[in-house]
Design a protein around this ligand. Structure first.
Ligand code: FES
Length: 75
């Protein structure tokens, strides 16, 4: 991750319902989480009002980007 991406990730939401920033999701993925459930267990996302619909989509986008970095744009 580029330094400017890291700065943006500190500002952007990862789980809007619970006020968890994108950087926390990225850190969970970097530490080895490979599914939404694993990211949720590490970060606590997915238990807000939307039931995880929005942050699940974000995590899946991040996982896809990890698999095919040239195809996905998260930032
Ligand atoms: S955005 Fe994460 S629970 Fe709603």
């Amino acid at each position: 991750m580029q330094p400017d991406e890291k700065i943006m990730a500190r500002l952007k939401p990862g789980c809007i319902c619970q006020g968890i920033k994108l950087i926390r999701l990225l850190d969970a993925l970097e530490s080895g989480a490979k599914t939404f459930e694993e990211v949720a267990a590490i970060t606590g996302i997915g238990q807000g009002d939307c039931g995880g619909k929005r942050c699940r989509a974000k995590v899946e986008q991040l996982l896809n980007r990890k698999k095919r970095p040239e195809d996905e744009q998260v930032f």
